[in-house]
Design a protein around this ligand. Structure first.
Ligand code: PGA
Length: 251
């Protein structure tokens, strides 16, 4: 089954208002006319509105880098789905390994964020991935299965259609070490097979599974040629307009 590719840039904790507007304008320019793929940017919260403004006439989508499950209230430091929507976003990254590792977000919190995003109509981009230690201990599949089962607990089958999964091996994030195309394909296939067991085959076949972890202009084409890789979640290379534009225009 052919799935529509999604190329997503996660800006993490980078960009001032000025940098963000400039970068977003470049991405809008180089993605114009690409009708066979989706492009998405996940800027910091402080620039969501400005970036949405710059992207107004483009097809580029906007995501927040995380999201709370409540509509509003006493949740210092958080952002609600309604706020993301009102700023022009339509999606939210959930469970990024930096949230899991640095900020100790556990399965329960991640699951709440996931369900909250769906409840308010945001597309969840759900990140999973093993550490180097887990891979070396032969636990990759076990860890990914736990992350998927716990993170997606209670998700309605009809909502799975909207969900995007991102496989990001922690050892490949920001390290310059990419999983080989064979390693990535093996894991993506495992994820899709597991989703078929957890939900149903038609759903598993329609869910887009992105690869993330040191995606660069020189490895994107090979990764995107794999049958179960439907896109990329890009960190470092998304901060450089030329690199990200090459990635968006993968062959
Ligand atoms: P990277 O980050 O491309 O810099 O490895 C990917 C990510 O964390 O989403």
């Amino acid at each position: 089954m052919k799935r529509r590719p999604l190329l997503a840039g996660n800006w993490k904790m980078h960009t001032t208002v000025e940098d963000a507007c400039h970068l977003a304008a470049e991405v809008a320019k180089c993605s114009a006319g690409l009708s066979d793929r989706d492009v998405l940017l996940a800027p910091p919260y402080t620039v969501l509105t400005e970036v949405a403004h710059v992207l107004q006439k483009s097809e580029v989508l906007i995501a927040s880098q995380s999201v709370c499950w409540e509509e509003e209230g006493a949740f210092t430091g958080e952002i609600s789905p309604a706020m993301v929507l009102s700023a022009g976003g339509t999606a939210a990254i959930i469970g990024h390994s930096e949230r899991r590792q640095i900020f100790h977000e556990d399965h329960e919190i991640i699951n709440k964020r996931f369900l909250g995003a769906l409840k308010f109509g945001l597309i969840p981009i759900f990140c999973i991935g093993e550490t180097l230690e887990e891979r070396e201990m032969g636990k990759t599949f076990e860890i990914l299965e736990e992350q998927l089962r716990e993170g997606l607990a209670g998700v309605d089958i009809k909502d799975m259609k909207k969900t995007v999964v991102a496989y990001e091996p922690v050892w490949a994030i920001g390290t310059g070490k990419t999983a080989t195309k064979e390693q990535a394909q093996e894991v993506h296939k495992f994820i899709r097979t597991l989703l078929a067991k957890m939900f149903e085959k038609a759903i598993a076949d329609s869910v887009r599974i992105l690869y993330g972890g040191s995606v660069k202009p020189d490895n994107v084409d090979a990764l995107m040629a794999q049958p179960d890789i439907d896109g990329a979640l890009v960190g470092g290379a998304a901060l450089d307009a030329e690199s990200f534009c090459r990635i968006i225009n993968f062959i």
